[in-house]
Ligand binder design. Structure first.
Ligand code: 5AD
Ligand code: SF4
Length: 451
């Protein structure tokens, strides 16, 4: 008899990809993924600890599941992901109703761990028996064995492909090197094989995924002949059926001119680039251990735009890093006004466990952080709106995401959400359509179909 599996995913794309892998792994054990926790036999919370807020959400959800466990003692409750990796002991203490705690590098062992649990081995014994190990699994096996109850097509025409894991950068505020481990690149042959399988299943857009994809191949590559990221990009782009290619996330220090050239030369590489800068102040960047300066970042942006003038740039910003002065924050605003990012993810700094910056003095009061965040976001919203208005009158290619009786919506190559009121029954999700942009909103564009 099949069992129901509900996974709640917090955090980044890496976690979304891990949840997909977990669904596929457990499908082989007879689990069917459900959209809600009600009636589930196994609930997994795939957690994120990158910022304090994300971690708080995890603990409050775990707490709210306690009555469910009491009502249904057969229900299994597991925690995976970064909080499990880093705060396993704390979860065990604060949430004794949790049956299973599985770190980021152990998800491939979930079937085995569930099996042990069913044999009466306690969570504590399981936990102490988990030696750290790195494995990017044989994806082909994973995909081919996918149970018919969960066809790969269920995930649609856009898919992530993991190309590397972990991070060696040790930014002083960041938990990732601790939770995801050291950087390891997957062999190119495996990546190409996975993309080929996905494309043969109808996938049209591939996003290459890793904490720091542009350093692909520089550390611990599991291959005989090292390959760098631009070479990998060209090889993936050349696979027939890959209509759109994206990648995320990149570190500015590893952005080479060769990678910029890829944006000029590879037709199916989308002109959209997420390049987290974090701060516009050199003093703050130094304490963050980011290993680049504002000047070198700006130079790279300028060169990149020479190679690909229409590139849409997005970034991440942290406000209120320990010791950030009003002048430092103003430098971040100056950078925003110079680059005019198309969009950004901005966060208030929070202390994370076992990070160096947690030990730094001169912490910024909460109300100052909130005020700076509001100033930053207001300006970013205005710039995003201006950037959207620059699209009016342009012809863009849209990959359809949804069609209904009121029209269709999809994404441009530059990652703008585009709405159209044309009703065309022949267009399906994943198809490409040309749209003339007529209106710009703050968060999306509107236009009409063109041939
Ligand atoms: N506090 C606030 N923001 C953080 N980020 C990472 N660690 C922290 C932290 N301790 C942000 C960075 C990163 C994004 C994924 O999360 O901007 O790029
Ligand atoms: Fe964290 Fe820095 Fe690595 Fe990004 S590059 S994952 S911010 S340590």
């Amino acid at each position: 008899m099949s069992k129901n599996l509900y996974i709640k995913t917090f955090g980044c794309q890496m976690n979304e990809r891990d949840s997909e892998i977990i669904e596929q792994l457990l499908a082989q054990e007879g689990y069917v993924a459900t959209a809600e926790p009600k009636g589930a036999d196994l609930i997994l919370i795939n957690t994120c600890s990158i910022r304090e807020k994300a971690e708080q959400k995890v603990f409050s959800l775990l707490g709210s599941l306690r009555p469910e466990k009491q009502k249904n003692p057969k229900l299994l409750l597991g925690v995976t992901g970064c909080v499990a990796q880093q705060e396993g002991e704390q979860i065990r203490e604060r949430m004794p109703h949790v049956d299973l705690i599985v770190g980021t590098q152990q998800i491939y062992r979930l079937p085995e761990l569930l099996d042990r649990l069913s044999q009466g081995v306690t969570n504590k014994e399981i936990a102490t028996n988990m030696e750290a190990s790195f494995s990017i699994p044989p994806f082909q096996k994973l995909l081919n064995n996918t149970s018919p109850s969960l066809p790969a097509a269920a995930y649609g025409f856009k898919r992530f492909v993991t190309i590397m894991q972990g991070c060696d950068n040790f930014c002083s505020y960041c938990v990732v090197p601790g939770t995801r481990g050291r950087e390891i690149s997957r062999p190119m042959a495996d990546i190409l094989e996975e993309v080929e399988i996905l494309v043969s299943q109808g996938v049209r857009e591939i996003t290459l995924l890793g904490q720091n994809v542009n350093s692909y191949g520089t550390a611990n590559q599991v291959a005989e002949q090292p390959v760098d990221f631009p070479r990998l990009l060209r090889e993936v782009a050349a696979i027939k059926g890959v209509q759109r290619l994206r990648f995320t996330t990149s570190h500015p220090k590893d952005l080479t001119e060769e990678l910029m050239r890829c944006f000029a030369e590879i037709d199916n590489l989308c002109p959209h680039f997420h390049l987290p800068v974090q701060s516009g102040s050199n003093a703050v960047l130094r304490r963050m251990n980011r290993k680049y300066t504002v000047e070198s970042y700006l130079e790279k942006v300028e060169l990149l735009r020479r190679y690909r003038p229409d590139i849409a740039l997005a970034t991440d910003i942290i406000v209120g890093f320990p010791g950030e002065t009003d002048d430092d924050f103003q430098a971040t605003m100056d950078l925003l006004n110079r680059v005019r990012f198309h969009g950004s993810f901005s966060f208030k700094y929070s202390d994370r466990p076992h990070t160096r910056s947690a030990e730094f003095g001169d912490k910024i009061p909460e109300e100052v952080k909130s005020a700076r965040l509001a100033v930053f976001q207001e300006r970013q919203d205005a710039i995003s709106f201006e950037r959207n208005r620059e699209q009016i009158g342009k012809k863009v290619e849209v990959m359809i995401e949804g069609v209904n009786e009121t029209g269709l919506k999809g994404r441009s190559a530059g990652n703008h959400m585009v709405h159209c009121s044309d009703v065309v029954t022949s267009l399906l999700p994943g198809d490409l359509a040309t749209v003339r942009i007529q209106h710009a909103g703050k968060h999306s564009l509107k236009g009409v179909l063109e041939n």
